[in-house]
Structure formats: C-alpha cells, structure tokens
Design a protein around this ligand. Structure first.
Ligand SMILES: *Cc1c(COP(=O)(O)O)cnc(C)c1O
Length: 396
C-alpha cells in the first residue's frame, strides 16, 4: 500500500464506460499515458488513430476538428489558437524563402501586416490584386507565386468576389508547375453556412472560429480545413513544429456554439439585411455595402454562389461629415458598442479610413465609413439606436 501523497495521485477508481450526454466531454492534457513502451514508441500522432500528447489532440479537439471539417464540406481540420494564427499557419505551411504571396487589396488587415513584416523579413514577397478583377490576379501571378488568399467578402468594404473565376485563374497558372499555387479562402464570413467553399474550388478554407462558431465573443480560435490529404499533411506538420495548441475548455466553448450556428446565422442575417436596407434610405448616408443588397459590389456573385449573408454591413457617409463627426456618431450609439470582432450577441461598430488600407484599387468615396456588426438584439431597438445617432449627425 503506497502512502497518502501517492494514493492521492495514483487512485484506483475508473468510471464505468458508456457515458453519453448532449455535450461531449472536456479532455485536458499535456501528458497522455501509453500502456507500454512499444505503444509510446509507435503510436502514430498524425492520423487521429490514438493519442500521444496534448499538442497533437485530445478527444475534445478531435471532435471539434471533425465537426468543423464536416460543416465546411472538407475532410481535414487543424485548430489554431486564433483566426490570425490560422492565417499565419497557412502562410508558413505553404511559403518558403523566395516565394511570393498574393493578397486581395481588401484583405483582413492583420493578414496584410503578417506579410509586410514577418514574411518580408524571411524573404517572402507579397503583392496585392484587385479581388473584383480576375484578370488582375492573372497578371500578378509570377513564377514565384505560391499562395493566393481570397476573402469573400473583403474585410470592411464587403465586396463579394467571383470565387470560381479567381480559382480558375490559379488553376490555369498551375498547368505544368512543379509546385502548384495554393488557393486559400478566409471563410470566416461564410462560416460554412452561406456557401460551401470547396464546391467553389478553393484548396484551403480558414476560419476565425472566434466569430460564428463560438458566437459568444468569449473565445479565440481558428481553423484550417482542407479536402486534399497532401495539403492537410503540410498544414499539420507545420502546425506541429510551431507548437500550436488550443485548450480543451476553449474547444468546449466552440462545441457549445455549434448547435445554434445555423439559427444564429439566419437571425443575424435577417436583422442585418433589414438594418442595411433601412440605412440606405437615411439622409447623410451615401452608400451601404452588404453583399445581399442590389448594387453592392459583387452582389451578382453573392446571389449566384451563396444562400445567406453574415451580420456585417458598412455605411459610407456623405463627405460633408468629417472624421470627427463620424466618430461622434459612433460615440453616440448606445446598443452598438465600440469594439472589434463580430458574430457575438452584442452589436458593434467601428469607423475605418478606407483609403489608408488600400494599395492597388481606387476607393470611390470621400466620406467616412462605419462598419456595423449586428448582434442578437431586437431589430427595432437597433434601428432606434441608429436613428437617434443619425439625427444628431445630420442636424446637430
Ligand atoms: C476576426 C477575423 C480574423 C481573425 O480572427 P481572430 O480570432 O480575431 O484572430 C480573420 N479573418 C477575418 C475575416 C476576421 O473577421
């Protein structure tokens, strides 16, 4: 019989097998036990046939990976600690010194920063293409191009690109190449709900699970989904060497969000369309950007390729309102809180200086832009909040 300190650790109780409940168990581990040395030496970590170490997965993270892959119509999924780390994981998996990366001009800002600073320092160049012009993408591809990011729609300005046409450009450029160019979609907006990314032809679908799958604005996580096993293998090996892991508790939070994903998406979609349409008719607003609105850039591609739209819209204000007045409009909102991220329960807004974040495309507006992320509040209350701030803007 061992002494108390040892018995506190090596306890004999084993719960009965066969427990089943709505929520999957939350497994947390760095160490996992092997039954013998042979198993320790030979257990494969890459194919989910067993467990080797917390970083290589637990029943909880495997469950979340498989569910995200299924939702997106992919076969493989790797989790990362944030959406941004999923982006940098894709970059590092597919780019080597001397390679070139192409980014849409309206890409998620931190994706651009990673390319500007880190990738540049490692001898990896990047160029921007006009996401609404597949011919521009074709012209920007060089023998060194190795990875093309696509965003649908673009961050902040919400242009919806012709994804199949962009993918077709990449495929055509790949004819006869030794190292084919990989197309990667930032699929955070679609979330596997609005459209099926792999049916539109992309190789890799990355998501910030921080947004819709979590839905709670209380967890950061990212995912990289693939259909092709060789591409998955590349992502998985880089993921392992970078030591990226997610906690079981965080994985549980995302798993808890999944059953309501479609309901939340639909509810926020309906509310966002109602507010975007209403906003279009308000004095002081010259343009509302939302892929489901007639006349919004890429509306025709959204209508062809998607069946739903996420909770974001942007409003461009008349140029007579300078930045200070647009900022004051944002400050006056009560239900729309100021903050980053979206797809949580609380509506958010933030002003953006679009010309400052463009490189190769011309932004046709002079007035300030505010991006709204619609939460789960009642639409009429949100409308009343926008109305009171707008009336103070237009007639101060
Ligand atoms: C939020 C977001 C990300 C990054 O997600 P984090 O979890 O915040 O790092 C990436 N792409 C898009 C389009 C996003 O909206």
């Amino acid at each position: 019989m061992s002494t108390l300190p040892t018995r506190l650790i090596h306890h004999p109780y084993r719960p009965p097998e066969g427990f089943e409940a709505v929520a999957p168990g939350v497994h947390k581990a760095s160490t996992v036990f092997f039954p013998n040395v042979h198993a320790l030496r030979t257990q494969e970590w890459k194919d989910k046939s067993g467990y080797t170490y917390g970083l290589h997965g637990t029943p909880t993270t495997f469950t979340l990976e498989e569910r995200i892959a299924t939702i997106e119509g992919g076969r493989f999924c790797v989790l990362a600690p944030s959406g941004l780390s999923a982006i940098s994981l894709v970059d590092m998996a597919f780019l080597r010194q001397g390679d070139e990366l192409l980014l849409p001009d309206n890409a998620y800002g931190p994706n651009k920063s990673f390319a500007h600073v880190e990738l540049q320092a490692w001898g990896i160049a990047h160029r921007y293409y006009d996401p609404m012009d597949p011919a521009d993408l074709a012209a920007k591809i060089s023998p060194a191009t190795r990875l093309v990011w696509i965003e649908a729609p673009g961050s902040i300005t919400l242009e919806f690109p012709d994804i199949p046409a962009l993918v077709a450009v990449v495929r055509a450029a790949n004819a006869g190449r030794e190292r084919p160019i990989v197309s990667a979609l930032d699929n955070t907006w679609g979330a596997g709900v609005a459209f099926q990314a792999f049916e539109l032809g992309v190789d890799v679908s990355m998501q910030a699970l921080t947004k819709y799958p979590s839905g709670g604005a209380d967890v950061l996580m990212g995912s990289v989904v693939t259909r092709d096993e060789a591409l998955h293998r590349q992502v998985l090996l880089t993921h392992m060497r970078l030591g990226l892991g997610v906690s079981g508790n965080d994985a549980e939070l995302v798993l808890r969000g999944l059953p309501t994903l479609a309901l939340r998406y639909a509810a926020q979609d309906a509310a966002t369309r109602a507010l975007a349409q209403w906003m279009q008719a308000q004095p002081g607003v010259v343009r509302v950007l939302h892929p489901a609105l007639e006349g919004s850039p890429g509306h025709e591609y959204w209508r062809r390729d998607a069946t739903a739209a996420a909770c974001l819209f942007s409003a461009v204000f008349d140029e007579r309102f300078d930045q200070a007045r647009v900022d004051a409009f944002c400050d006056r909102l009560r239900l729309f809180r100021l903050g980053w991220s979206w797809a949580g329960p609380i509506s958010l807004c933030a002003p953006y200086d679009v010309p400052a974040i463009r490189s190769v495309t011309r932004w046709p507006h002079q007035g300030g832009l505010v991006r709204f992320a619609v939460g789960l509040e009642a639409v009429d209350d949100l409308k009343a909040d926008l109305a009171q701030a707008l009336s103070a803007l237009v007639s101060p």
